[in-house]
Design a protein. Sequence first.
Length: 527
Amino acid sequence: MPKLRGALLVDGTTTPRWMADALVEAQARNLEVILILRCKNVHKPRQILRHWLYYVINLWMMRGPEESPVGLAELGLSGIPEHEFIAETEGAWQRFPTELKKVLADARCDLVIKTGMGLLRDPDDCGVKFGVLSFHHGDPSEFRGRPAGFYEILAGQGSMGVIVQRLSNRLDGGTILAFARSRVFQYSYRQTLAAARRSSRHLLWKAIDTAVSEHTIAIGTGGKNYRLPSFLTALYFLIRLAVSLLRRLLYGAFIEKHWQLSEVEFPNGVPLKGLLPIRSLSVPSRYVFLADSFYLPDGSIVAEAMRRSDGKGEIVRVLEDGTCHCLSNEPGRHLSYPFCITADGQSYLLPEVASWSAPFLQEIKRDGSFLTRHPLAGLERERLVDPTWIRIGMIDYIFAGKPGSEADHLHLWFSKDGIKGPYRAHPKSPVVIDSVRARMGGGFISQNGKLVRVGQDGTGPYGNGVTFCEVLIISEDEYIERSLGQIRVDGATGPHTYVVRGKRLLYDWYEDQFSMLAGIRRLMARS
């Protein structure tokens, strides 16, 4: 598909880092910036005295690396024709002057990407086919206006929306072309905004794809229109952040998650009601917990076990009598999420080793021990979080997160040359940008003719439930899924992984327990 010809609307000679990243990725895929529009009279009235505490918060918490200015020349845009203009002003809104429409028409622009200027009146009246595209950090069905992420934290939300819209005359009420959800950190405004900015990077090119296909995202735009906070609202916001941070520090120092594994008979259909932990597997005394459980080919269970000695995970086989046999041969290193694969007459583990290695397969002997490692060609420079494999037709797919964004972004690679690769990044990757379902939470489930992906809910407490997603289309060119619903454990926190074998269902869950050694073990695990 040929790239669309775009005009970049700016205020000056720089753009924020997060926007620069979005432009770079779009230019690599489906955008050619052929014109720069520079507005010389940006209309952004400020009431400093009324909102002074908010502006302090802005300088203190909202100016992370993602907001640092990047020169347009660094984006490969030097030498591109520029046009400066003075916008017409109408109250708090601005409008393109008549001559600008001719400039856009003469340049044969397909769209305008708005990164500057104030509120834009009549954006569809500028003579470009796909209109004016703009980011909004907030779910417009609940949070319109500004500031981004502020009112989501006040409301105790677990996630916040990020959209690219085709602007209309209604504030944050345009046609939605791309939508994502990122995690809200109740104890950190800066981390909340950083997560949203990271998700923004991938949305511009997805929005352009959507515009060309003439599809839209079905999300309401009737949310409350928020304004900059008053002094009392900003003060309450700071108090709420401080209390949440104190709770987090105390939790990290003295509370451990007591993970357990439970196995039940798998009900008909994917259950969307709460699970009750019925038969739980015992945890040997040398381990703190068992989690990340899967079935080996012989029907026995393999899981991550966290050692009491150093707080790191190793892979164990859980025997019928509850004893554990260590399968790891990586002393001092952390392994988790031992995903099991049977393909081409051979069985493998695909463990998570993101903290110290690129992904690899481990062959499993009939007695359960490991043979040699097999690196995955094409993934030698990657670090994969919770890698999960599936073969469909003659194509092998690996779904995984990347360290730092694993709760929000799901990436996809594929190989047409066998399970060992070489793998290539899927053209739609990341295929999911949603903290409610992105991170893998177990193998795929085939149920009633549907292929169901299990994704972790990355909002709220860690490991607090999974989301079931029906895979509608998967190929080397396309990936589409839809959410079916969520499930949580009644009376505890979880599940975190959810695995099916025949009529058996295996999942993990936890309860919080006080421990004077909790903080020490967390520090040891990071060393």
